[in-house]
Design a protein around this ligand. Structure first.
Ligand code: FAD
Length: 466
């Protein structure tokens, strides 16, 4: 939907239509967020979701190749987490720039301490993306209790009265169905899950009525509470082509060489996740927990790379860690093949713009520090450090999603009228139906959300088993 807070612009919200979902197309950054994020979930009444409660599930899913002695990491789980094999030397410049502004280096922001500047860890194995499918599905394909059907688009959940009895799907234009002996678990993500629920008759009653969908239960919270990280983009043209990805003769030659190197050694530029290092920082000393995160991108990433520019450069993506604006997902049609209407309502809460402006000023201080002098040329999109009004206008023209939508079937305690699932991830008022994906997240965590979503999957498995 056009966003009033973005001067009427429409965002772009891709989803990975593949086994493993969006982990098949994401930037592979492994980030859990701040422990307080989960303590806050628990304080909202979600018993069993404090950081101490969820840490075992992060560890269970993880095979961390670097932090092998840490009590915060797992070493023998299915999901491979490691350092980048061939990071750009520009990361060292970035890390020094952060330290020159008094921000300490943190060797493991997913460990004992969260704040500081860091080198990213990624979900990769042998120099290759390790998606949720590669970690959890492919190794289990020969199990007798697993049947994977690809190219199957879910139309709706089937019900016997108020009990989920299975799902109906469309494949090659033919309808099929699967009956569930015990439970149906929906994991179609922050857009797909509320869409499927609404198309099945679970959602805000008046909205379903408009589409002639027979209601199973009026669940007002379905599709509400959409949260997403809004991010600002600082793009610099580089004086020299060294250490960055770019469109030039040098850049193309380097890519061809990199393809060869990757095939031979599984190292080099091809293993880059592009967002290679980052920093958690605070917009004011009074802020208790870092409220901003910034990542260095080793190339020009205008409009998430959809606008191409000749030459070399580097960028910084900075995101508001805990945005307060919330939006919604609604149906455009009862047919789940028609994309839903997505309205994140960016900047609808005044805190978000106010904080992102301050965060942009601090980010400019880091990116304009002397460490970057040998590399920095002009900014592609100009921000005036000392003019908050100009920064705000530029953000409204250029800020965009960081691709972390969540919260649209949020978890909550008894008596919470907008909670869709209970803390055991069961859809309230319905038997035999759970949700395990980003839609159950009650408050977005402080950075990327794939690691939290994997943790939710691990915990859901345990809840079912118990
Ligand atoms: C471009 C991009 C970059 C990102 N970078 C990072 C990153 O670096 N690190 C990080 O932690 N996170 C990142 N994310 C976010 C992260 O990938 C997602 O938050 C995470 O994958 C969400 O998991 P999910 O299971 O909730 O949903 P998804 O991964 O989106 O999976 C849902 C799946 O359900 C399918 N589906 C939906 N409706 C239906 C239907 N009716 N029938 C059948 N299937 C359906 C979808 O096609 C999708 O495959 C990124 C996301 C994007 C898009």
């Amino acid at each position: 939907m056009p966003q009033a807070g973005l001067n009427g612009r429409r965002g772009f919200q891709p989803r990975g239509k593949a086994l493993g979902g969006s982990s098949a197309i994401n930037a592979m950054v492994y980030a859990r967020g701040h422990p307080r994020d989960y303590d806050n979930w628990a304080a909202m009444g979600n018993t069993g979701w404090s950081y101490d409660d969820v840490l075992p599930y992060f560890k269970k899913s993880e095979a961390n190749a670097i932090h092998r002695e840490s009590s915060f990491h797992g070493v023998d789980g299915p999901l491979s987490v490691t350092n980048l094999r061939s990071p750009s030397p520009l990361n060292e410049v970035f890390l020094k720039a952060c330290q020159s502004r008094g921000i300490p280096y943190n060797p493991d922001p997913n460990g004992a301490d969260h704040d500081g500047c860091y080198r990213v860890q990624v979900t990769q194995k042998d120099g290759e993306r390790h998606s949720a499918a590669a970690a959890f599905i492919h190794p289990n394909l020969d199990r007798t209790n697993l049947d994977v059907r690809t190219d199957a688009h879910i139309n709706r959940v089937l019900f016997d009265q108020r009990r989920a009895a299975g799902v109906e799907y469309r494949r090659d234009d033919r309808l099929g169905s699967v009956r569930a002996r015990r439970e149906v678990v929906v994991s179609a993500g922050a857009f797909g899950t509320p869409q499927i629920l609404m198309a099945s008759g679970l959602g805000p009653g008046a909205h379903l009525k408009r589409f002639g969908i027979a209601p199973v239960l009026d669940v007002p919270g379905v599709g509400q509470n959409l949260q997403d990280h809004i991010s600002a983009l600082l793009i610099y043209r580089a004086r020299i082509p060294d250490h960055t990805i770019g469109i030039s003769t040098t850049g193309v030659a380097r890519l061809l060489k990199a393809a060869w190197e990757w095939r031979r050694h599984r190292t080099g530029l091809m293993t880059s996740c592009v967002a290679e290092s980052g920093v958690y920082y605070r917009t004011s000393p009074d802020v208790e927990v870092s409220d901003m995160e910034m990542e260095l991108i080793v190339g020009i990433a205008d409009d998430h790379g959809r606008k191409q520019h000749l030459g070399h450069g580097y960028s910084a993506h900075l995101l508001l860690a805990r945005p307060k604006s919330t939006g919604e997902v609604r149906l455009a049609s009862p047919d789940t093949r028609v994309p839903p209407l997505i309205d994140p309502r960016y900047f609808s809460h005044p805190y978000d713009m106010e904080t992102l402006v301050k965060g942009t000023q601090i980010a400019l201080d880091i990116m304009n520090s002397a460490e970057f002098d040998p590399y920095r040329k002009d900014m592609l999109i100009r921000y005036d450090r000392d003019d908050p009004q100009q920064i705000e206008e530029t953000l409204r023209d250029h800020a965009d999603t960081e691709y972390h939508p969540c919260g649209t079937c949020r978890m909550g305690p008894d008596g919470d009228p907008m909670a869709v699932v209970d803390p055991e991830l069961r859809v309230r008022g319905i038997d035999g139906l759970r949700i395990a994906d980003a839609s159950v997240i009650p408050r977005v965590t402080s950075n990327n959300i794939q690691a939290p979503v994997v943790m939710i999957g691990e915990k859901c498995a345990d809840l079912i088993r118990n």
